[in-house]
Design a protein around this ligand. Structure first.
Ligand SMILES: [Zn+2]
Length: 162
């Protein structure tokens, strides 16, 4: 028997002012795009903006539905769009922000489990890590160097090979 350990570390910043200009710009775009979210049921507006390896910028927002499970998270809206418009182009960084109607998000949120799975496979298929910048409209910011670090022992396509 052996006991194994998984280590995870990330960086916390007190505010957007501590980020380098390119990261601050991307988070600013994610904050802005939260306004485009369609979230009449949760009133939880999420925006995600990616800088691709080819320099292009792609955004996604959450898109809810009266049939709740039909709703799509901002992260997966973004990944689908990026892979459609620029197939096989890796993503360097995704900034994710949010607000709830009536109040500003003031702490970082991180991707849900389903989005972690989608991010992990996107990294694998493009053979490149995705950095995440997580922050509300104000407050602390987390930077995670590799999205798949959020999903230890991930289930992957390798398991499906005979
Ligand atoms: Zn999600």
């Amino acid at each position: 028997m052996s006991k194994l350990e998984y280590r995870f570390s990330f960086t916390e910043y007190d505010s957007i002012d501590e980020l380098d200009p390119e990261d601050a710009w991307l988070l600013g775009e994610a904050r802005d795009i939260t306004k485009s979210a369609y979230a009449p049921y949760s009133q939880f507006l999420v925006g995600a903006v990616a800088k691709l390896a080819n320099g292009e910028i792609i955004a996604g927002t959450n898109q809810e539905n009266a049939s709740y499970p039909v709703g799509l998270c901002a992260e997966r809206a973004l990944l689908a769009s990026a892979a459609t418009v620029y197939p096989n182009v890796p993503i360097n960084t995704i900034a994710i922000s949010y607000q709830t109607i009536g109040s500003n998000g003031n702490h970082p949120i991180s991707p849900c489990g389903m989005c972690r799975q989608a991010l992990q496979e996107f990294e694998e298929r493009t053979n490149q890590s995705i950095r995440l910048i997580l922050g509300g409209l104000e407050g602390k910011i987390f930077i995670i160097d590799q999205a798949s670090q959020l999903l230890p022992l991930a289930f992957t396509g390798k398991e499906l090979k005979k």
